[in-house]
Design a protein around this ligand. Structure first.
Ligand code: NAP
Length: 264
């Protein structure tokens, strides 16, 4: 039987882990897609393409041109647009879709979180008095903080944000996780951080800042994830990690193999 051909929308550690599990597995023919946002992406052990598809129409065309049999959405929980596009394209192309959704972080005893729905609410939650704020929210969502210029910001991101997205008082730290607790305790102390703003990304690579905040009794403003688009009517499943995704793909492969044997 020919290998199961599928597309993985990536940009996360789960997508990289899945690529590692799939490398040289002859049951599958996988293509990993990256948006091309980071200057030096970590390249996978499987075939990879880089750059947008051109919206829903472009993604649907790609699926058709490459005879893709399944779509695996392993994008970041805050990458809302590509998820919408994936749901629409999988529906239009009538192919099954798997979502890898890592669990959210949950509060623990000693945490001082304020949970908010979006970045505008996060900026408002900083309040009217000037504070030294650590932003670990990526590069795209800084504009609400430009509108709160009375705070001092320390911005940690993989690549430096463009100057036009920066609040007037901003120090940039370019760094890629995973970070250790010691790294984060040192950074929070050296930078005299009074409050942290972060997205509820989940996962272990950037979790140590939350442990550090708990130890230092620092407040955290936690931005909730955007909801998934409606998948009613789609052949869609959800798993929390790469191992779950591999099991789903194996089941798809086995189904296709038994259909091929029966000649259906
Ligand atoms: P987004 O707002 O949901 O998507 C914007 C556009 O970027 C999409 O419409 C699509 O362009 C393109 N795109 C996104 N992911 C793609 C992929 N895997 N392959 C090809 N094109 C993709 O996405 P974003 O928030 O800018 O995130 C971009 C990438 O960074 C994603 O792969 C995501 O997993 C990763 N990432 C995001 C965050 C975050 O906080 N947002 C954090 C860590 C990693 P077209 O419409 O032209 O196809």
């Amino acid at each position: 039987m020919s290998p199961l051909k599928f597309l993985v929308l990536g940009g996360t550690s789960e997508a990289s882990a899945l690529a590692g599990l799939l490398a040289s597995d002859i049951r599958f023919s996988a293509m990993l897609s990256l948006a091309g946002r980071t200057a030096a992406p970590v390249l996978p052990a499987i075939a990879c393409r880089i750059g947008g598809f051109g919206g829903v129409a472009g993604l649907t065309q790609y699926i058709s041109d490459h005879a893709i049999q399944a779509l695996v959405v392993a994008t970041h929980p805050f990458a809302a647009q590509i998820r919408q596009n994936a749901v629409a394209a999988a529906g239009g192309a009538r192919i099954p879709m798997l979502m890898i959704e890592r669990p959210s972080w949950q509060t623990q005893e000693g945490d001082r979180w304020t949970e908010v729905a979006d970045m505008e609410q996060a900026a408002a939650a900083l309040g009217p008095a000037p504070r030294r704020v650590l932003l670990t929210i990526g590069r795209k969502d800084l504009l609400p903080f430009v509108a709160a210029p009375w705070h001092d910001y320390v911005i940690r991101s993989v690549d430096a944000p463009p100057p036009e997205f920066l609040p007037p008082s901003a120090k940039i730290i370019t760094a890629r996780g995973p970070f250790t607790l010691e790294d984060d305790l040192r950074m929070l102390h050296e930078e005299r951080v009074a409050v942290i703003v972060t997205k509820n990304s989940g996962g272990t690579a950037t979790q140590s800042k939350l442990v550090a905040a708990r130890k230092l009794e620092l407040p955290v403003i936690m931005v909730a994830r955007p909801p998934w688009p409606n998948v009613t009517g789609l052949d869609a499943a959800r798993v929390p990690d790469a191992a779950g995704a591999l099991r789903w793909l194996e089941a798809r492969h086995d189904d296709a193999a038994s259909s091929a044997k029966r000649g259906v």
